[in-house]
Design a protein around this ligand. Structure first.
Ligand SMILES: NC(=O)c1ccc[n+]([C@@H]2O[C@H](COP(=O)([O-])OP(=O)(O)OC[C@H]3O[C@@H](n4cnc5c(N)ncnc54)[C@H](OP(=O)(O)O)[C@@H]3O)[C@@H](O)[C@H]2O)c1
Length: 314
């Protein structure tokens, strides 16, 4: 008889990584427009840490937004996907009773896409949120064009490392701001130059950039001064959103805020970049599901050399 229960990471109230529990829960059934995905791998994002800490929303709550796996079952109206198909996606930041850190998840069909053919599920799971965010920032907010000079602050992290690669793929020359220990990684990903945030930071450069993507939030005020007149700036860091709004009243380029949204078309665009060899998922460490607390601890350090991924098949 087919399984009727699955493992899912849940928590009953806000707290540190220790509130996360692996529970046996019923496998959900897809309703209209939904897809049941058998999860192979799920990555951990800073937003999962923020969701775990907040009192807002319902409990018990699941965790995890990014996944790669295969279609297990489709609900009515989701006939553009078929059981057995390899897929990946981003669930968005709204609370889910079972998130991506579970053997199965439910997703809206329009947010599920065919996974890239050239990488395995553990690598693919590293990209959905960071890829969507970097793509929306460079394409929609910065309108990056070939030949432009792009500055990426926080360039060794999930979003920053993806932005470095996508910036290169779009024909920009990329300067990365990162710690000295991650300078080599930024160069491997395609950065022409690396600035150490801990020593020189924004003092290492004059006004020379057409576009600035801030992925950290600290010192945005100073990095913004490195933009050429008419340059564009965007931040993904929630702590910098108040400054971004304020900057619109100041002389010089206003800083746009990026709030990523799950969309199949973005996942398809990212799969294309991966399969053309322009975008390589960077995985710092792979954890079995039983080590989900460890994976959260690593993400909440705020330091990264790629993504932490949960392997649901280990
Ligand atoms: N708005 C949105 O839609 C959206 C989407 C995704 C993420 N976010 C937010 O964006 C931020 C980054 O996300 P992520 O997934 O890329 O995080 P991440 O993978 O944890 O990376 C964080 C990066 O910040 C760098 N960093 C630490 N201190 C720094 C400093 N003083 N100056 C410059 N860089 C510094 C780290 O570099 P070292 O390890 O070298 O110190 C690391 O590369 C998080 O706050 C996240 O919540 C927002």
């Amino acid at each position: 008889m087919a399984d009727t229960t699955m493992r899912a990471v849940q928590f009953d109230g806000p707290g540190g990584p220790e509130v996360l529990r692996i529970r046996d829960v019923p496998i959900p059934a897809p309703t209209s427009g939904q897809v049941l995905v058998r999860v192979h791998a799920a990555s951990v994002n800073p937003a999962d840490v923020a969701s775990r800490r907040t009192r807002l929303g319902r409990f018990p709550r699941g965790t995890g937004m990014d996944y790669a796996g295969e279609v297990a079952e489709v609900g009515p109206g989701a006939t553009d996907l078929r059981p057995g198909q390899r897929v990946w996606g981003y669930l968005g930041t709204h609370g889910h009773e079972t998130g991506a850190a579970a053997d199965y998840l439910l997703a809206r069909r329009e947010q599920v896409a065919a996974a890239p053919a050239s990488v395995d599920s553990v690598s693919a799971a590293a990209l959905p949120t960071v890829g969507t965010t970097a793509l929306e920032a460079l394409r929609d907010k910065l309108r990056l064009r070939s030949g432009q000079r792009l500055l990426v602050v926080g360039a060794s992290g999930g979003v920053g490392g993806t932005a470095v690669q996508l910036g290169r793929a779009m024909g920009a020359s990329v300067t990365a701001v990162a710690s000295a220990r991650n300078a080599d990684l930024c160069r491997e990903l395609g950065a022409d130059r690396v600035i150490d945030y801990a020593s020189t930071g924004a003092d290492a450069s004059g006004r020379e950039f057409d576009a600035l993507l801030d992925c950290h939030g600290a010192a945005l005020r100073r990095y913004r001064r490195l933009l050429l007149p008419g340059g564009r700036a965007a931040t993904i860091a929630v702590k910098a959103f108040p400054y971004a709004l304020w900057s619109r009243l100041l002389p010089g380029p206003g800083v746009r805020v990026v709030i990523s949204r799950p969309r199949r078309s973005d996942m398809e665009a990212l799969a294309g970049h991966v399969d053309r060899g322009e975008l390589r998922p960077v995985v710092e460490r792979v954890y079995p599901l039983v080590e989900v607390q460890e994976a959260h601890r690593a993400v909440e350090t705020g330091h990264a050399r790629g993504k932490r991924v949960l392997d649901l098949r280990r």
